[in-house]
Ligand binder design. Structure first.
Ligand code: P5A
Length: 440
């Protein structure tokens, strides 16, 4: 993409209404704009990151055997009366009336809706187990929306729902999502630690939240460094391996991690000091097992092998997709701006010309841009007639993993500069080797 044709509004000053660094950087680098309290438009850069995160979540859900679908944002109040949550949910629910005066709502979550959808078609034990998910906007009328998309009112969530014949099956589905989450967050370049949690308004008795360390997090957290030591992508654990998944759950449960609500000073003291990690944390995911809670209240039943009726055991599994954009920035930035992990970066390379009025410089840049594009390398090309220093400043702010800088002096000798954003390391190399490096 050419910057000269882009809508990439970059702000020099930190906006005064933003309190946390991710919100400041998201406004300054032109990722989002607020359109109403707690409601944001996603500008091109922000949108690209959101889609990258969404895609990682999707690939890991698919790999774990969940199947994607799409449910509407608007729901009928009657659905929620069936489960009894219509009144219980309180003022966080945005309630709407249509022209026929029917009560509707903007969905804060979809347990009721999906249970109602499947109950007409899941009839037999052969229809189980199933896990379905969608990636859809939610609305929660938070008392205090704050920190930008971190706690918005409208936000994007991946929510999955599992249906099983019995508790053992349901636990296996829960463990499957646990592993999928460990893999998902690690692919995004962040350390998310599962912690036992209370179920709150979703209900149920088994629940974990996934917490990313960041100084501006809402709760204080404690965990054993063992969580940082496993490569979940490389782990040979297979989704069909029920025993392995149960062992994973045991391992996660026996490794210390806690929020301030569940923290146990006595157990904490038994962990060697150099393995204790503490800080503030941001919840980027939350998984729940709640048995037959919704099957029972909403009349979901299937016939078992010998004709008896069975209420499926369910779980639900959420990832805060839009919140993750902010959480990743909280975990990965410096004074100059954002540092995107490569897997979620809006583009891989920022191509910068230092002198737009120097023909050999722009010719070389145009040619490189064409070659990078032909090789499928996502490139943002700053072709503006701006001072080189200004362009480099906005590249640092936007935070692409690589900057390829072309100036008159270097290009006269066929040389360009390649900078790695995360370390600041710069290297002079020939045009050919720069290209080879970025396309490899
Ligand atoms: C699980 C899936 C649920 O709603 N029902 C369907 C369950 N869980 S949850 O914990 O309430 O939400 C899941 C994740 O969504 C993110 N999230 C938010 N993100 C931005 N702004 C908000 N106001 C907000 N509320 C929740 C969190 O990442 C949470 O873990």
């Amino acid at each position: 993409m050419r910057v000269s044709r882009s809508f990439l509004p970059v702000l020099k000053e930190s906006p005064s209404d933003a309190q946390v660094v991710s919100h400041k950087l998201m406004l300054r680098a032109g990722l989002i704009r607020q359109t109403a309290a707690g409601i944001y438009a996603w500008l091109p850069i922000g949108f690209r990151v959101l889609k990258k995160i969404e895609q990682i979540v999707r690939e890991e859900q698919d790999r774990a055997g969940a199947q994607e679908m799409l449910m509407p944002t608007i729901q009928s109040a009657d659905l929620w009366r069936e489960s009894g949550r219509y009144d219980a949910y309180g003022p966080e629910m945005l309630r709407i009336r249509d022209r026929h005066d029917r009560e509707m709502l903007y969905g804060p979550t979809n347990e009721e809706m999906l249970t109602a959808i499947v109950r007409d078609d899941m009839k037999s034990y052969r229809d189980l187990p199933r896990t379905l998910y969608h990636i859809q906007w939610k609305f929660r009328d938070e008392v205090r929306p704050r920190f930008g998309v971190m706690r918005g009112r409208e936000f994007l969530m991946k929510d999955a729902y599992s249906f099983d014949l019995d508790e053992a099956g349901a636990r296996n589905s829960y463990y499957t999502q646990l592993l999928a989450y460990l893999r998902t967050f690690q692919r995004m370049g962040i350390q998310a630690v599962p912690m036992k949690a209370a179920s709150g308004p979703i209900g149920g008795d088994l629940s974990h939240e996934f917490i990313v360390l960041a100084p501006t997090g809402e709760s204080e957290v404690f965990y054993d460094a063992a969580f940082e030591e496993v490569d979940w992508q490389q782990s040979a654990l297979n989704y069909g391996d029920e025993i392995g998944l149960a062992q994973l759950f045991e391992q996660v449960s026996s490794t210390y991690s806690a929020t301030d609500e569940t923290h146990d000073e006595q157990r904490w003291a038994t962990i060697p000091e150099d393995r204790r990690r503490t800080g503030r944390g941001i919840e980027v995911g939350h998984i729940f097992y709640f048995g037959a809670l919704y099957s029972k209240s909403m009349g979901l039943k299937v016939s078992g092998p010998d004709g008896q009726m069975i209420e499926p055991m369910m779980g639900s599994y959420g990832v805060g997709v839009s919140r993750l954009v902010a959480a990743i920035i909280e975990a990965s930035h410096d004074d100059a701006g954002i540092i995107w992990p490569e897997s979620v970066a809006p583009w891989k390379v920022g191509l910068v010309t230092m002198r737009a009025d120097d023909a050999p410089t722009t010719d070389a840049a145009e040619q490189l841009y064409g070659q990078l594009q032909a090789a499928g390398v996502e490139t943002l090309y700053d072709d503006r007639e701006e001072r080189g220093g200004v362009k480099l400043g906005s590249m640092d702010l936007i935070g692409l993993p690589w900057q390829l800088v072309i100036g008159p002096r270097g290009i006269a000798n066929g040389m360009v500069e390649l900078k790695r954003r995360s370390t600041g390391e710069r290297e002079e190399l020939s045009v050919e080797s720069a290209l080879a490096r970025l396309t490899s």
